[in-house]
Design a protein around this ligand. Structure first.
Ligand code: GRF
Length: 203
């Protein structure tokens, strides 16, 4: 097998997107290998998913650091040590400082459970239901300093049904996330999409 792009996944919780990325990376022709899981939460369920797949994991509790920059520096050192080339954030509930984002720019991606640029931030499915839109979905984007504002790599739409609750809608979107994230990581790992200035450019 050709050399695969060394990829880390940053999580804070459940880790179902991590599981989807690990699953995809088992395909013989998949261009990325998940070599490291980092969590800022020691009790994150996703850590067990990484462990079961025999992937190196590190817990970096943000409370142990005096500043955002110090926390970011520890993450950066951990990524460097594992010779990570691409970082996927999947339910990672911390915001990085500009220095970290600039350093990893173009190699740092995230999944968000809405069709950005609509419904940024938190409590996304509630925002969607409150707005009464009939279509939602998910977005994989490059991370830039402004939260949930990065150039879009890939999106997937799902219907919002009458009578949907946060639970039913988030389950439908999550299924789309699990299909989308591996496709988006493939594009980045194969160099088919790059961050150029403030745009995701397909090459
Ligand atoms: C996903 O909905 C993702 O879009 C959002 O956080 C959730 C993480 O879920 N950023 P999981 O931990 O991957 O199951």
């Amino acid at each position: 097998m050709a050399t695969r792009v060394r990829t880390a996944v940053l999580i804070s919780g459940r880790g179902t997107n991590l599981a989807a990325l690990i699953q995809a990376s088992r395909e013989p022709d998949y261009p990325a290998e998940i070599v490291l899981v980092v969590s800022n939460v020691g009790t994150a369920q996703g850590l067990a998913i990484g462990r079961d797949a025999a992937i190196a994991a590190k817990v970096i509790p943000h409370q142990s650091y005096s500043s955002r920059e110090a926390f970011d520096a520890e993450i950066d050192a951990t990524l460097q040590e594992a010779r990570v080339e691409i970082v996927c954030e999947a339910g990672f509930m911390r915001i990085h400082g500009d220095g970290f984002v600039r350093k990893w720019e173009g190699r740092l991606i995230n999944i968000h459970p809405s069709l950005l640029p609509s419904f940024r931030g938190v409590r996304v499915h509630q925002q969607v239901l409150d707005a009464g839109v009939r279509i939602s979905g998910c977005t994989v984007h490059f991370i830039v300093p402004e939260v949930d504002a990065g150039p879009i790599i890939a999106q997937s739409a799902v219907p919002v049904h009458p009578g949907d609750t946060k639970a039913t809608l988030s389950a439908r979107v999550l299924e789309a996330e699990h299909a989308l994230y591996p496709k988006a990581l493939r594009l980045v790992a194969e160099g088919k999409v790059k961050l150029v200035g403030r745009r995701a450019v397909f090459v």
